[in-house]
Write a protein that binds this ligand. Sequence first.
Ligand SMILES: *[C@@H]1O[C@H](CO)[C@@H](O)[C@H](O)[C@H]1NC(C)=O
Ligand SMILES: *[C@@H]1O[C@H](CO)[C@@H](O)[C@H](O)[C@H]1NC(C)=O
Ligand SMILES: *[C@@H]1O[C@H](CO)[C@@H](O)[C@H](O)[C@H]1NC(C)=O
Ligand SMILES: *[C@@H]1O[C@H](CO)[C@@H](O)[C@H](O)[C@H]1NC(C)=O
Ligand SMILES: *[C@@H]1O[C@H](CO)[C@@H](O)[C@H](O)[C@H]1NC(C)=O
Ligand SMILES: *[C@@H]1O[C@H](CO)[C@@H](O)[C@H](O)[C@H]1NC(C)=O
Ligand SMILES: *[C@@H]1O[C@H](CO)[C@@H](O)[C@H](O)[C@H]1NC(C)=O
Ligand SMILES: *[C@@H]1O[C@H](CO)[C@@H](O)[C@H](O)[C@H]1NC(C)=O
Length: 561
Amino acid sequence: MATARGCFLALLAVLLAVATGVECTTVAYGERSLILDGERRIIISGSIHYPRSTPEMWPDLIKKAKEGSLNTIETYIFWNGHEPRRREYNFEGNYDVIRFFKEIQDAGMYAILRIGPYICGEWNYGGLPAWLRHIPGMKLRLHNGSFENEMETFTTLIVNKMKDANMFAEQGGPIILAQIENEYGYTMLQPNNMQSAHEYIHWCADMANKQNIGIPWIMCQQDNDVPPNVINTCNGFYCHDWFPNRTSIPKMWTENWTGWYRDWDQPEFRRPTEDIAFAVAMFFQKRGSLQNYYMYHGGTNFGRSAGGPYIATSYDYDAPLDEYGNLRQPKYGHLKELHSVLMSMEKILVYGNYTDTNCGDNVTITKYTLDSSSACFINNRFDDRDVNVTLDGITHHLPAWSVSILPDCKNAIFNSAKVKTQTSIMVNEEQKTGRFKWSWMPENLRPFMTDEKGNFRKNELLEQIITTSDQSDYLWYRTSLEHKGDKSYMLYVNTTGHELYAFVNGKLVGQQYSPNGNFTFQLKSPAKLHDGKNYISLLSGTIGLRVYILFKDYFIRLLEQ
Ligand SMILES: *[C@@H]1O[C@H](CO)[C@@H](O)[C@H](O)[C@H]1NC(C)=O
Ligand SMILES: *[C@@H]1O[C@H](CO)[C@@H](O)[C@H](O)[C@H]1NC(C)=O
Ligand SMILES: *[C@@H]1O[C@H](CO)[C@@H](O)[C@H](O)[C@H]1NC(C)=O
Ligand SMILES: *[C@@H]1O[C@H](CO)[C@@H](O)[C@H](O)[C@H]1NC(C)=O
Ligand SMILES: *[C@@H]1O[C@H](CO)[C@@H](O)[C@H](O)[C@H]1NC(C)=O
Ligand SMILES: *[C@@H]1O[C@H](CO)[C@@H](O)[C@H](O)[C@H]1NC(C)=O
Ligand SMILES: *[C@@H]1O[C@H](CO)[C@@H](O)[C@H](O)[C@H]1NC(C)=O
Ligand SMILES: *[C@@H]1O[C@H](CO)[C@@H](O)[C@H](O)[C@H]1NC(C)=O
């Protein structure tokens, strides 16, 4: 019975595969571009992070990306969201990553899988699960058996999930590129770790290649010490003057920052539409063939996902799709126009010959030719003056800091600084109606101020991440002491956390948070002790775990005044 049924299912699967025409895509690369099914291709991609929106939003976000003339969606993989406790996994709700990739596939788009699994990403602890720190001898992101073992286990898990769902290009799925590690180039600069970092990054490349996924592996922001079996790519605001580490690999831009993330208390960062269009047009003028907007939709840091105390809940990023998934005009429309023009020139850009002609110091004409056709770019890199440039007898006017695209070398049909899309002013429902109201819930602090039972007893202050394992932002300390008579003291607590509250006998006596990004700070507050038993309670808080920097120990002192 079981066998017969198995056979039937297998047969059905084959029939379905034929019926839906599942086709495998081969992915290779050359100096000019990625090569999909033997054809050189331009990839215009946008980052959408699945946990920063909800599954209900995904189809609409992806559809809007496609309508914005993107052909690819890129996302990181969020390790600590998927494995909140060691070997306990979460692939539900907005962590249903397979569903997300299936939505991309259904939209007929390609996908870039950036596993990391260290991702930075302004994400809680850069994506690393806090429980890693419980493993003896753990050295994060270095050539260390403990770390490499966990990293390989998780990477393999993700790869196998993708394989089981036929998500890789050679299986007929959308994924054409995969990334291992993330912006490790910055970390490698620390002189005390050089040798271990070198061994680690080569181990990463070998481990990734062992996964056998049939598509290239990339590393971004890794310009020195690039392992030979990966492609290095550029992240930044401009990448036109950047070239990959080796010849015969394409020039790819994995993060073109459409804006920037927002810090609490800081104004929103705005990257002008004209400037981002300039950066993209310049990149393609200079032989770029793959670029990804970081972010195309930024979304929201739900719950405690933001990477540290400064990063706001909104991860809007001034992206072409705003936090709620609305089109942000004119950015969305202007870039869509640019993408359409570039895609219409795809063949000539990746197959054509090219010549760059400098007209003075800050103006360059690039002419691509293929058979009898030609296509041109003209850039004006002066940021303070317009120029007129004559090409084959026709004069073209270029505003300051702009690129014109002439698909026939005669008519400039796009200029990065001439924005035709209308600006839209969005009013959030929330602002309009004030329909969301805050409410407050009192918390019972009594147990933390009295002899009621705590979770455990220690004679020292603790390392916070190890203690809370990132299951909570709060760590309460309570101690008591006998004192003779009434007396005033000064209470000092040294911390490397984000904020600290001190209570004496149930009364708040002081509070302090890390000033100016300095996480080594000291709380100093007057404290009165009375005759008999006194309680000192401390609430040590984190607001998400920072990317890069790890917590150190806490110290406490009580000094007589
Ligand atoms: C690294 O990992 C190994 C496990 O292979 C462990 O024994 C070692 O002590 C770790 N730590 C350091 C600092 O090397
Ligand atoms: C590429 O990486 C190699 C190996 O680390 C290094 O020796 C070389 O200088 C790099 N080349 C460029 C052009 O950055
Ligand atoms: C991406 O675009 C933004 C906005 O124009 C720019 O400021 C940023 O430098 C670009 N990033 C890179 C890596 O070029
Ligand atoms: C590019 O130029 C080379 C050398 O001038 C020529 O042999 C080749 O046919 C040209 N290729 C194209 C696509 O025009
Ligand atoms: C090119 O333009 C930039 C930006 O306006 C300017 O700083 C620079 O001096 C110009 N270069 C020359 C050679 O004029
Ligand atoms: C460019 O040409 C136009 C039309 O001839 C003229 O009005 C303008 O002054 C010129 N601008 C520059 C910067 O030369
Ligand atoms: C606590 O911080 C103060 C002020 O920065 C410093 O002088 C003192 O040495 C620190 N104490 C400990 C134990 O680190
Ligand atoms: C941070 O604060 C500590 C303690 O007050 C001080 O010793 C240290 O110099 C400060 N660091 C910076 C970068 O300001």
